[in-house]
Write a protein that binds this ligand. Structure first.
Ligand SMILES: CCCCCCCCCCCCC[C@H](O)CC(=O)SCCNC(=O)CCNC(=O)[C@H](O)C(C)(C)COP(=O)(O)OP(=O)(O)OC[C@H]1O[C@@H](n2cnc3c(N)ncnc32)[C@H](O)[C@@H]1OP(=O)(O)O
Length: 528
């Protein structure tokens, strides 16, 4: 941060840490030093705080989170500003997010450009606004709006922030110039009413129900995420405890989240999302230049209108299709429709003199066996289980199924054994992760981050688990390798379980973080 003496007995503290003026130790120390200089200079009557390059501050430097716990010590600085004996005015352009807004809440006044955005987006990183945000915001704008902004993390534009009372002035001109003028106008005003830490949270008669509704809402809206619920607990502390104790509770809850696996995963996702746009596959191939891989057969699940169309496309291209349809009626309709479509195609081709060989179209019967016995699941009151009634939800084991399975085992010479939840999870996930390592080894994906972002955005993988490749690093690559080896030895007929060479190379280095994988595993092949 830079310190400048301005005309009219003012000082300017300007945060400078490109690209977004994130709060690093150096920036925070710069702010403190600036405040000390301005305090000891008797000619300085007020201080303006702003950010360089048209951005106020995007909060804590997220890349430093793995090294330190953000928030806790910066909260002390926010309190020092509030207690400061000279007016401090925040001049906001661009963004004031997270610790950036907490810094501004510590200031006695907040002036912003009309296009500025402010907010506390910490929940998206698996943490909470831990530098007084959960204690100061409700004192300023009340509990209901604080709950909304902190649990959603949504930033608001300057106009909305003005209406809510987060900002004092919104202008279309330069906020620093405006703050300079403004500072001279408020020099004689008492500072005490501007110190949020000495205010109490506006009380409401139905506070208990507001909080219980908030808990219910976040459980529904963000299932599995720790940060939104923990933020509500911190806001409860703001209501129920004096400031001195409220900040201790905020600190405790912030530490709990910061140490959680969710925070690590969500912070990984933050950087993964911005890095994937900048990466291209290491093979330097692109989809425009790639040559197609041979396709030997295709599986289609479901034979509704879409499934039939897809099956037809491949069949017409002469690629064998295996289609699965669990509803026997739908299966009959599909068989007729596909056969007649293929015959029409064939006769058209024969008329035009082109040769046509009948493609292989095989329907798997495995899923049909239960359905053929009228067992369509919950809707018919029986499937793998017996239900209390058709469409009922209460299920119990069905002796019919045990009989069916023992016959099935006999026919297919299978031995029965119990399979733990752990094994189910490991065999499903580790084979998927193994495929991810193959994709990396083949140079098809540019980075583990690319695979993870595809899983988060396209396959409903929980964001707070960071994606399959990040998960592998969480479990430990040597563990994943050892388990795959074990399952492959037990099931040599399942090629997905055979550990990939890429995984073996990486596991030989212990458990390196995903960002180091490519440099450690050496140049990838290129299947593109
Ligand atoms: C006594 C002294 C103690 C001192 C301790 C020192 C530590 C200080 C601790 C402060 C405590 C604060 C506690 C607080 O409650 C916790 C937080 O503040 S968490 C952070 C909250 N902020 C955010 O979540 C903002 C995240 N960023 C964004 O939303 C967007 O990046 C943006 C700011 C809106 C800008 O968007 P765009 O214009 O689209 O640009 P990009 O997204 O591409 O970003 C550009 C570039 O900047 C990097 N970046 C963005 N924000 C941060 C950040 N907060 N930290 C680090 N880096 C950031 C981003 O990755 C891009 O980088 P590039 O890809 O270009 O390398």
């Amino acid at each position: 941060a830079e310190y400048l003496r301005l005309p009219h007995s003012l000082a300017l503290i300007r945060l400078r840490n490109p690209p977004v003026n994130a709060l690093s130790l150096a920036v925070v120390n710069g702010i403190r030093e600036g405040l000390q200089k301005a305090m000891s200079d008797h000619t300085i009557k007020a201080i303006v705080v702003c950010g360089a390059n048209d951005k106020f501050c995007a909060g804590a430097d997220i890349s430093s989170f793995s090294r330190s716990s953000p928030g806790i010590s910066f909260g002390v600085v926010v309190d020092e500003i509030q207690r400061y004996e000279k007016p401090v005015v925040a001049a906001i352009r661009g963004v004031a997010l997270g610790g950036g807004l907490e810094l501004a809440l510590g200031c006695h006044y907040r002036i912003a450009h009309a296009e500025a955005r402010v907010g506390l987006p910490e929940v998206a990183l698996g943490i909470l606004p831990g530098a007084r945000g959960t204690q100061l915001l409700p004192r300023l704008i009340g509990v209901p709006m604080s709950l909304d902004l902190i649990t959603s993390g949504r930033p608001v534009g300057a106009d909305e922030a003005l209406k809510l009372g987060i900002l004092d002035v919104v202008i279309n001109s330069d906020p620093v110039e405006e703050a300079v003028k403004f500072s001279q106008e408020i020099l004689d005003k008492p500072l005490e009413p501007r110190r949020l830490l000495n205010k109490s949270v506006p009380s409401l008669p139905n506070m208990d129900s507001i909080f219980s509704e908030a808990f219910a809402k976040v459980q529904k809206q963000y299932p599995g995420f720790l940060a939104p619920e923990t933020s509500i607990q911190a806001l409860q502390a703001a209501v129920n405890l004096p400031y001195k104790l409220g900040i201790k509770e905020e600190e405790k809850l912030a530490l709990y989240l910061q140490k959680s696996g969710q925070a690590r995963a969500l912070q990984y996702v933050f950087f993964a999302e911005s890095s994937v746009h900048k990466q291209s596959p290491p093979s330097v191939a692109s989809w425009q230049t790639a040559s197609p891989q041979p396709i030997s057969s295709v599986g289609v699940l479901g034979l509704g209108t879409m499934g039939r169309g897809i099956a037809m496309c491949f069949a017409k291209a002469g690629i064998p299709v295996v289609a699965v349809e669990s509803d026997p009626k739908q299966l009959e309709i599909a068989k007729k429709a596909v056969t007649s479509m293929l015959e029409r195609e064939a006769s058209k081709m024969q008329q035009s003199g082109r040769a046509w060989t009948k493609p292989t179209l095989t329907f798997s019967s495995s899923a049909d066996m239960l359905c053929e016995s009228g067992r369509f699941g919950q809707k018919t009151g029986k499937g793998w289980y017996q239900y209390d009634k058709p469409l009922g939800r209460v299920h119990r084991p069905d002796p019919w199924l045990s009989e069916f399975l023992s016959q099935y085992r006999e026919t297919h010479h299978l031995e029965s054994r119990s399979i733990s939840q752990e094994e189910i999870l490991e065999r499903c996930l580790y084979s998927l992760i193994n495929e991810g390592f193959r994709i990396l080894g083949e140079g098809i994906a540019a980075s583990p981050e690319q695979i993870d972002i595809i899983y988060l955005s396209g396959y409903g993988w929980p964001r707070y688990r960071g994606g399959p490749m990040f998960y592998a690093a969480t479990v430990g690559l040597p563990v994943v390798l050892e388990k795959l080896q074990k399952y492959y030895t037990q099931n040599p007929d399942v090629p997905q379980l055979e550990p990939s060479d890429y995984l073996k190379k990486l596991a030989a280095h212990g458990n390196p973080p995903p960002k180091d994988w490519q440099s450690l595993a050496g140049p990838p092949g290129s299947k593109l």
